[in-house]
Design a protein around this ligand. Structure first.
Ligand code: NAP
Length: 285
């Protein structure tokens, strides 16, 4: 058996197209374009790549893109003052502060300062809490993007035994809430989980978000399972690879995401969709 590929690049292109249509409808109807402010602190090379992509795609769909680059030694008060300014700016619907922040900054207090109505990353405790309560709100881009990718492929979720490997605030935890809301039976695994192999073997949906190349061997994957690989790891050769051993997992899975070209493009497209949603909620036509 060779798995069907969950093509995130193609699904993200469709999602961007629908966002562009939504933006055009707003501006064509006399509304202002949604505005996204992307804040980068320092010069982390991976962050620079992500930020460049987010800014470029924001412009491509017809949104207002504002770039704020602070030096790596900027103090936290300066960043908080910028967040306050953006919270009050009527042209800005979404504020994204690229993580990780330099070690002298404390990310949670920066996230807490963002107006939840402009928190297009979906990391604010209000938005996480709303997700936990199954209430509408801005939802974290990577897990929400995974849900859109599964939906795009027509994969039914209710009743599945889902195993998530990783329990971070930005991926594992909100992913678990998303899948629970979709009526999966969810197990969250982490570095202290006993017998991870048995848990993965028992799953018909596996989401890997660990950050270790090839961490999940293909022979752990149940025949026909859906495999979503969130991991992005750069090898010494420069090649990007996921947390799942793709070649062997693909022989057993029913569906699998490639890395790159799986979850990554969906994360960025979902950020744009969140920004449009934030604009429509704040400033309906
Ligand atoms: P993170 O904060 O470092 O979390 C890693 C998780 O993996 C932790 O919960 C950790 O458990 C768990 N873990 C570590 N070793 C383990 C082991 N031996 N067995 C089981 N679990 C183990 O990472 P993250 O921010 O969630 O990111 C995870 C990966 O996804 C990274 O490769 C990152 O680059 C990628 N990512 C991709 C996207 C995208 O758009 N595609 C977005 C975000 C992140 P403990 O909590 O017990 O330490």
């Amino acid at each position: 058996m060779s798995a069907e590929i969950l093509d995130g690049k193609a699904a993200a292109a469709r999602l961007r197209q629908s966002v562009a249509t939504g933006v055009a409808r707003r501006t064509g109807g006399g509304g202002r374009p949604p505005g996204l402010a992307v804040v980068l602190v320092g010069d982390n090379p991976a962050s620079q790549v992500y930020v460049r992509k987010k800014r470029a795609q924001c412009e491509e769909v017809g949104m207002l893109s504002r770039a704020y680059d602070l030096p790596g030694d900027a103090d936290q008060e300066r960043l908080l003052a910028l967040v306050d300014e953006l919270n009050a700016d009527p042209a800005i619907d979404g504020i994204l502060v690229q993580l990780p922040l330099p070690p002298h900054m404390e990310a949670q207090s920066v996230i807490d300062r963002i107006d939840p109505a402009k928190d297009v990353d979906g990391f604010h405790p209000v938005n996480m809490g709303r997700l936990a309560l199954k209430l509408p709100g801005l939802r974290s881009c990577t897990p929400h993007g995974v849900m859109k990718l599964l939906e795009d492929a027509g994969i039914a979720l209710a009743g599945r035994d889902a195993v998530i490997v990783g329990q971070s605030n930005i991926v594992g935890r909100p992913m678990a809430l998303e899948l629970l809301n979709a009526r999966c039976t969810v197990t969250i695994c982490h570095s202290r989980t006993r017998d991870l192999e048995a848990r993965v073997r028992g799953a018909d949906l596996v989401v890997a978000a660990v950050g270790r190349p090839g961490f999940i061997p293909g022979d752990w994957i149940q025949e026909g399972a859906v495999v979503v690989d969130v991991g992005i790891n750069r090898l010494d050769s420069g090649k990007l690879t996921g947390d799942v051993d793709f070649d062997s997992a693909r022989e057993r899975a029913g569906w699998i995401t490639p890395v790159p070209g799986g979850v990554g493009p969906m994360t960025v497209a979902t950020l744009l969709a969140n920004t449009l949603d934030a604009a429509e909620a704040r400033d309906p036509l």
